[in-house]
Every structure is written in C-alpha cells, then in structure tokens.
Design a protein around this ligand. Structure first.
Ligand code: FDA
Length: 305
C-alpha cells in the first residue's frame, strides 16, 4: 500500500498541468507546512526565526518544468533576489537550486550563463550555492555543469544520491575537486536498472558514501531525517577524530523540527532547507511520497477546514 501511495505521489509530482494550476491558485492543502511561503519576504521571516534558534539555512526558490529561456532567466533573477536578501538582512543562509530551473533542458549556454550570474552575485554576498540533484536522466549533465563551475568558483557544491549505482564512482571522480557535497538517499522514482530497488541497499550505500567523503577530508552535509544515519555519522566522526567543522546535518523545513533543535543543542551544525515560491506543487508531492504520516497530516488539515 505504502509503495502504491509513493508511486502515485511521485507520478503526480511530474504533472505539468497540475504544476501550472497550483502556481495559479496559491499555496494550499497543507503545503505551508513544508514551504515557507510564495514570496521572498515570507521566506526571510522564516529564516530569521530559524536563525534565532541557531539553525542555519539553505534557501531554495522553487521552480519546475522550465521550458523557455525567458523563464530560466526569470528563475535566475529570483535566486539572485534571494542572495541579495541574504546579504541585506544578514541571514545565516546558503542557496540551493535546480539546474532544470536554470535552463539545463534548454541549452548548455543558458544554464552556464545563469549559473555564472548567480555565482558572481553569491560571491559578492559571501553565499555558498548548492546544486540540487534531480532525476537520473539529468544526473550526468548536472555533475558536468558542477565540475565546470567548480573550476571557476569555490562557493559551489552539489548533491549525491545513495540510491544510484553510479554514485560511488561519481564520488571517486569528484574527489579531485575537494567538493563540498550534500549526501542524500534520493527522492525521485528511478528504474532498478539505475537505482537500488531495496531500501536496505540504499541505506548501506548511504553509510558507505558518508564514510568515504568524510575520510577523504571533504566537507560533508548529511541530509537525512533518519536517526540511524545521524547516529552512524556521529560514530564515524568520533572514531576518526573528524572535527565538527568538517560536516553538518541537514533536514527539510517542517520535518522533525524538534530533532533539528536537539542536534543544535548537542553541538552539531544543523542546516534547514527552506523552499519558497509559487512552484510548490512538485516539491510538496515528493514530500508526501516520502512518508504516509505526511499525507495523514495534510488530510487532517483539510478535514479541519
Ligand atoms: P527515509 O525517508 O529513508 O526515512 C528513514 C527513517 O527516518 C524513517 O523510517 C523514520 O524513522 C525517519 N524519518 C523520516 N522522516 C521522518 C519524519 N518526517 N518524522 C519522523 N521520522 C522520520 N533528494 C534528491 O534527490 N535531490 C536533492 O537535491 C535532495 N536535497 C535534499 C536536501 C535536504 C536538506 C534533505 C533533508 C533531503 C534532500 N533530498 C534530496 C531528499 C532525500 O533524497 C530523501 O528523499 C529524503 O530526505 C527522505 O529520506 P531520509 O534519509 O530523510 O529518510
């Protein structure tokens, strides 16, 4: 049953018509639990609240199904607006973004031009930028964009997903860049030809890449809500004497907020991924796919109204 629900929400997350409809009608159906608002000023308010609790942030202007150069340029302008807000308001925040929203599916030239604009602005404001990882079909291209940008900028990192078979090889290859990587399990529906179908294998590979990246001496963001992985990271850093400033934990906005604060109290760096914008639909569907309890929460909210 859980698998059917997961597949349904992942299928719905890719629906273009529903994405466009959601854009028009605004944040609904309890999506406000996972998305900090539709406008930058709402996101800034949320970030200030999190920063006051010693949680640092990475902000993401949501955008999916970007088909034209104009839309991609507009998306980049919005990310630059977010970077300027971080500088102006003195927020403890980085920026995250997806390459498809910068024009990855349009042309190499568009995506590189938009990324250079963003990274130049980010450099001026002292902001680090993480390139999110999308579905398998874009993985190779995204890593390629990251490598080229990393040769020009030191304020850029990317994401590696433990569910892909290719991941360990990618990490070995990326090591020459001493990359700052966010490690995740992976959020998209992939075929067993490219990704581990069994959760146990995904988890084992996650542990493997956490250890690998830390022992390579690289900055490691362990992005998970899974206590087993959090405890595993703590064990590895203790065992090898890895300092607290070589790694951090990351969680999504609205998910396990108490656990986030506990980790801060324990002395760990904890970063919250704060998405905002009118394109909340696909992101929201992926969160529902991850956990039946999220669906129950949303249904409760709808019934209450
Ligand atoms: P998983 O879903 O495997 O759950 C394992 C266990 O964790 C559960 O059994 C439960 O014990 C606990 N748990 C999970 N959620 C809980 C909750 N809400 N309440 C209580 N317990 C809970 N993906 C991607 O493909 N590309 C990307 O760029 C990113 N970026 C990203 C950034 C950040 C900051 C995070 C946290 C995640 C991502 N992801 C991502 C998503 C990631 O790939 C993955 O889909 C989700 O984090 C879910 O996997 P988990 O590791 O959290 O645990």
């Amino acid at each position: 049953m859980e698998q059917v629900m997961r597949n349904t929400f992942l299928y719905l997350s890719k629906n273009k018509a529903l994405t466009k409809m959601a854009r028009k009608y605004g944040l609904r159906f309890g999506a406000g639990r996972f998305v900090a608002g539709e406008r930058i000023d709402q996101a800034v308010t949320s970030i200030k609240e999190l920063n006051e609790k010693d949680l640092c942030v990475t902000i993401d202007y949501l955008g999916e199904f970007i088909d034209t150069e104009e839309e991609a340029n507009e998306m980049a302008d919005n990310s630059i607006e977010a970077i300027r807000a971080i500088g102006r308001e003195n927020l403890d925040s980085q920026l995250s973004l997806k390459m498809t929203s910068m024009g990855l599916d349009i042309s190499d030239e568009v995506v590189m031009r938009n990324m250079r604009r963003i990274l130049d602005a980010a450099k001026e404001e002292g902001v680090f930028v993480t390139i999110d990882m999308e579905d398998y079909s874009r993985c190779g291209k995204t890593i390629d964009v990251f490598k080229r940008l990393r040769e020009e900028y030191d304020n850029v990192g990317t994401v590696i997903q433990s569910y892909l078979y290719r991941t360990v090889k990618d990490m070995e290859d990326l090591n020459q860049y001493n990359p700052n990587l966010r490690l995740v399990k992976g959020a998209y529906k992939e075929s067993p030809e490219v990704a581990f179908p069994e959760k146990k294998d995904v988890d084992d590979n996650f542990k493997k890449i956490i250890e690998m990246h830390l022992l390579n001496g690289n900055y490691t963001a362990v992005a998970t809500h899974d206590d087993t992985m959090i405890e595993y990271t703590k064990e590895i850093v203790k065992k090898h004497g890895i300092p607290n400033d070589q790694f951090e934990f990351q969680m999504l906005y609205g998910i396990r907020p108490e656990r986030q604060l506990e980790l801060v109290k324990e002395g760990y760096k904890m970063r919250v991924y704060v998405p905002y914008g009118t394109d909340w639909y696909g992101y929201f569907m992926r969160r529902l796919a991850e956990r039946p309890a999220n669906v129950a929460f949303v249904l409760k909210g709808i019934i209450k109204k």
